[in-house]
Design a binder for this molecule. Structure first.
Ligand code: NAD
Ligand code: 89V
Length: 339
């Protein structure tokens, strides 16, 4: 079977992970890279042996004729680029945050639906190896039905050093990082009906909030706490690990630091190592995130080939994005928001 011809738009900070993953996926063939800054695209093409380089996405689509476009730009350009793909009948995967506003996200879903092309959001946290192990453990039913939990991402790692644009985001950590953790809450506990959130700004150099604590009421009756900060002073710092506690009707599980998954059920506790093996191109401490890029893209290719909706389709991600908006509304009003 012919390999899927992939074009990548955006060759900045995070793109090398996408390019490595596409290079490693046997069913993918990188045919073009594009960046407004042509030097970045040229450098990426040289490093990953990509035959065509563009500074203009519209030209790339006409000339390179990709089967699938991977949009790795920051959110301001997502709507324009997704519209471009849809207008040319090409499916796309777009990095998180899906868009700067809910209306933009809805427009992207609509334009792809009308064009009959797949749209996936690169929401990679649920594709992290430890998170798949947590979900698999939940699905065995060993701990019963989840009734309470906490999903926590706390670090002092300087993410802004690599991603300078984060300084200027009016809506910062909930939209940048909370969106991942909220997606995990949906993944583990199901859909959400209420959101209460408190935010704080700790680093005076950023415009938006860099600490958030959200309480979610799930449709099942379960409650989860989603908390995140880029300004934790904890030692050791476990960046970029997400810690998970889930209590169920028959037991409990904890994804602890250093990727130990402890499962308590039937009066006993067992601990499983769920650490992520290194790939040739992944390295500590980012490897768990990098590896999830591979699995996210593998899922995209499988959904494309199989003609089914990916787990984190554009339509699905609207539900996560609605929680982001609700968190901001709650933090501003001091009220619990019904979805
Ligand atoms: P970046 O600014 O370093 O790179 C983006 C690149 O896109 C830039 O080189 C820019 O010139 C290019 N670009 C912008 N508009 C373009 C257009 N219309 N046509 C062609 N090129 C264009 O950003 P980044 O840090 O690589 O982040 C990109 C996205 O990835 C962000 O949305 C960010 O939130 C996300 N991200 C996700 C993860 C994750 O784990 N999922 C991690 C880091 C970043
Ligand atoms: O930007 C991101 O999406 C996150 C990280 C925590 C690494 O910054 O993956």
């Amino acid at each position: 079977m012919a390999r899927t011809k992939i074009a990548v738009i955006g060759c900045g900070f995070f793109a090398p992970n996408h390019l490595h993953a596409w290079s490693e996926l046997p069913d993918a063939e990188l045919v073009a890279v594009c960046d407004l800054d042509e030097k970045k695209a040229t450098d990426a093409a040289a490093q990953f042996s990509v035959p065509s380089v563009f500074a203009d996405a519209a030209e790339m689509i006409v000339v390179a004729k990709p089967d699938f476009v991977d949009i790795v730009t920051t959110m301001a350009s997502h709507l324009m680029l997704v519209e471009l793909c849809a207008a040319n009948g090409i499916p796309a995967i777009v990095q998180k945050p899906f868009g700067p506003t809910f209306d933009d996200c809805v427009a992207m879903v609509r334009v792809c639906k009308d064009a009959g092309v797949m749209l996936m959001v690169h929401e990679n946290f649920r594709f992290q190896h430890p998170m798949r192990q947590v979900k698999a453990a939940l699905d065995t039913g060993t701990i019963g039905d989840p009734v309470w939990g906490r999903i926590s991402f706390r670090t002092g790692y300087d993410v802004k050093a690599g991603q300078h644009y984060l300084f200027d985001e009016e809506r910062f950590i909930v939209l940048d990082l909370g969106i991942h953790v909220l997606d995990l809450a949906r993944f583990f506990f199901g859909e959400v009906e209420t959101v209460y959130s408190r935010h704080a700004r700790i680093d005076p150099r950023v415009k938006g909030e860099d600490m958030a604590t959200m309480v979610l009421g799930h449709v099942t009756g379960a409650t989860s706490i989603v908390d995140c900060t880029y300004e934790s002073r904890q030692i050791p710092d476990f960046f970029p690990q997400t810690l998970v506690t889930i209590e169920g009707t028959k037991g409990a599980l904890d994804l602890e630091p250093d990727f130990r998954l402890s499962i308590s059920a039937d009066g006993a506790r067992r601990v499983v190592d769920v650490s992520t093996p290194l790939r040739a191109w992944t390295s500590q401490p980012w490897h768990v995130a990098q590896d999830s890029v591979y699995h996210t893209q593998a899922h995209a290719l499988a959904a494309l080939a199989g003609g089914y909706e990916p787990e984190t389709s554009g339509a699905d991600n609207l539900k996560t994005y609605a929680l982001v908006d609700a968190a901001y509304l709650s933090a501003k009003s001091g009220e619990c928001i019904r979805i």
